[in-house]
Each structure stands twice: as structure tokens, then as C-alpha cells.
Design a protein around this ligand. Structure first.
Ligand code: ATP
Length: 326
């Protein structure tokens, strides 16, 4: 069976790390057809729009999308792309790797973030001069979807600890609903879980990340807590993510276009290649996904390493070393 993969490298180091991930996927015994789409700052300049209709269509029609990064136009590119694939779940693993300087070497967390509502629903207004509001949307349906996804993810990936993050003591109606529904889902599944106030959780994640596994979060909390966890494991060049929808999904590194190093050939390809490993898992190739992760881990541990990790290797050197291990 051939899987059609939309490849959208975008701007800056997206142009360098996305081909690295495609090179890695091409080594595997899986039949892929890669279809390329353009998006980002350079396309806006050339064609007057950051996300041309044909790129949307390529992403909508593909079995999965690999996206690199967008620069100034990020909001005009990635938000619509995530909605093209109807992604309700944002999966953000934050894991410390052997051999690298992590603040907390025992970190192995996965944030399952609701990706469609909360304060990111985009309902803001200026009521009068100097007075603005933002409407926080929490629905039973979206809360149920993300909780089901989070508990299922924990089971499938062997995580024992599931935590539901919330702030229902203050946002009683909205997070009250999120918490009730997520607990109902956990109870229906006979799962063990904890609940945690998101502010206290931020502190505990820093002090004792080893006590946590899968963390199910409303939208903004998931965004912030997962970035906080990124700081525990040694930086942006290492963090992959997935945006999962019912029939389609998009995989991207957490980092952006890194204009400060773009074009130098020294970007760390690990986050993008680990995103490709998540794509493999999603398409049912968990064994191949594990092989890719093991190869990346081996290279992170023993080198070569790019300058962000203290080495002097290029993107290509690191990609070749990962391919050699595969
Ligand atoms: P953007 O506006 O596109 O988000 P940015 O520079 O604000 O770009 P990032 O691209 O995430 O944000 O980069 C933040 C810092 O991390 C930069 O110094 C960048 O060089 C570094 N960085 C990000 N990703 C990588 C990577 N894959 N390899 C090496 N360094 C990286």
C-alpha cells in the first residue's frame, strides 16, 4: 500500500531539516509517495499568499503531512494547515536523551493538548476603548475527544501515569466541564489517573518529572506546560510534535524557522526526524518508528552532534549517521 505524504518544508531551517526527514523515511521498507507543497514567507513574497490553495489541497488529500517551519507568516500557515487536517489533538513528547545535558534526565512526558478551543478559539473583542475580552470555549464533545485520545495513547504507549491538568477551582464552569468529562472517560475505561491544578503542576513537573507520564490538557495549558517541559530536556532542536485529526494528521518539529542559523547547514534535524517517527507510528508502522527513534537516540548519545548540542557536525553529517544506524 502506498502512503501519500504531503511535504511542506516552509521557511528557514525547515528547508534543511525536512529533506533530512524524507531521506530517513526513504530508507524504510514502507511505500511512500511524497508530494511537495509550498508555504511561508518566501511564497508570500512571490505569490502574494503564504498558504496557496494548492498546498491546502495537497495536505487535505494526503494520508499525512510533514511540515518544517514558517517564519513571520507562521500564524497564517500553520493554524490553517492544522485545521485542514481537522486536528483536535496535539501530541507533544518531551523526553530526556542519554548523553545530553538535561535539567531533569528522568523526564519522559507526553502532553496531549486539546487543539481546537479554550482561549485559542479566537473569540476576542474590544468592548470599549481600553476594555477587551476573550471568550474561553470548552465543549463536552471536544473534552471527551481529547480525553479518549489521551487515555488511549497512554495505554498504547505503555504509560502508567495519566494526569488531567485543569484549573476548575477558578474556571468552575469551563474547566469544571473539562475535568468532569475527562474523569468520566477515565472512569469508563477503568483507568488509573490523577488530576492536578495546572499551576501547581508546572512546579511539580520541574521538581519531579519522573512522577508524570501522559498529561491531558486544555489548549493554553498544554501549550505552556509542554514548552516548560522542553526546557527540562535540553532544547528546541529535539522536540517533535503531531497534530492528529480523525482522518489525517500533520507532523512538525516544535521549533520554528530559526532565521539566525538558516542556510548554514547546521540545524539539528533530530526534532524533524522524530516527528517523522511519529508519522510512522500514526500510519501503523510502530516498529519502524521505534527503529528511527533508536537511531536518533544513538546519534544523540554518541555523536556526531550539531552546534546547538555542543558539536560541530552539519545537518547532513547527523542525518547520514542516523541513516547508517538504521
Ligand atoms: P520563528 O520566528 O520561526 O519561530 P525563532 O528564531 O523565533 O523563529 P526558533 O526557530 O524556534 O524560533 O528558534 C529559537 C532558537 O533556537 C534559535 O536561536 C534557533 O537557532 C534555535 N533552534 C531552533 N531549532 C533549532 C534546530 N533544529 N537546530 C539548532 N538550533 C535550533
Amino acid at each position: 500500500m502506498t502512503h501519500e505524504i504531503a511535504v511542506i518544508p516552509g521557511d528557514g531551517i525547515g528547508q534543511e531539516v525536512t529533506p533530512a526527514a524524507v531521506d530517513v523515511l526513504e530508507q524504510l521498507p514502507v511505500d511512500f509517495e511524497f508530494v511537495y507543497g509550498e508555504a511561508g514567507d518566501a511564497v508570500l513574497e512571490d505569490r502574494g499568499e503564504a498558504l496557496p490553495e494548492e498546498t491546502r489541497e495537497i495536505a487535505a488529500d494526503a494520508d499525512a503531512t510533514l511540515f518544517g517551519a514558517a517564519g513571520e507568516t507562521a500564524a497564517d500557515v500553520i493554524l490553517p494547515l492544522r485545521s485542514v487536517v481537522n486536528s483536535f489533538a496535539n501530541v507533544r513528547p518531551a523526553r530526556a536523551y542519554p548523553g545530553l545535558d538535561a535539567v531533569q534526565p528522568d523526564t519522559d512526558l507526553v502532553f496531549i493538548r486539546e487543539n481546537t478551543e479554550g482561549v485559542y478559539a479566537g473569540i476576542e473583542s474590544e468592548i470599549t476603548d481600553g476594555v477587551t475580552t476573550c471568550t474561553r470555549v470548552i465543549t463536552e464533545e471536544a473534552s471527551r475527544d481529547i480525553a479518549e485520545f489521551g487515555f488511549e495513547y497512554a495505554t498504547e504507549n505503555g504509560f502508567e501515569d495519566v494526569t488531567i491538568a485543569h484549573k476548575a477551582n477558578v474556571m468552575r464552569t469551563t474547566d469544571g466541564l473539562f475535568l468532569d468529562v475527562a474523569q468520566q472517560v477515565g472512569d469508563e475505561r477503568g483507568a488509573d489517573y490523577d488530576t492536578a491544578l495546572m499551576d501547581a503542576l508546572a512546579m511539580h513537573l520541574i521538581q519531579r518529572p519522573e512522577d508524570y507520564g501522559v498529561v491531558i490538557c486544555p489548549n493554553l495549558a498544554g501549550d505552556m506546560l509542554s514548552d516548560l517541559a522542553a526546557g527540562l530536556v535540553g532544547g528546541l532542536g529535539l522536540l517533535p510534535s503531531a497534530n492528529i485529526g480523525p482522518d489525517n494528521a500533520l507532523f512538525e518539529p516544535v521549533h520554528g524557522s530559526a532565521p539566525d542559523i538558516a542556510g548554514e547547514g547546521v540545524a539539528n534535524p533530530a526534532a524533524m526526524i522524530l516527528s517523522a517517527a511519529m508519522l510512522l507510528d500514526h500510519l501503523g508502522y510502530g516498529e519502524e518508528g521505534d527503529r528511527v527513534r533508536e537511531a536518533v537516540e544513538g546519534v544523540l548519545d554518541e555523536g556526531p552532534r550539531t552546534p546547538d548540542l555542543g558539536g560541530d557536525a552539519s545537518t547532513e553529517d547527523v542525518t547520514d549517521a542516523i541513516i547508517d544506524r538504521l
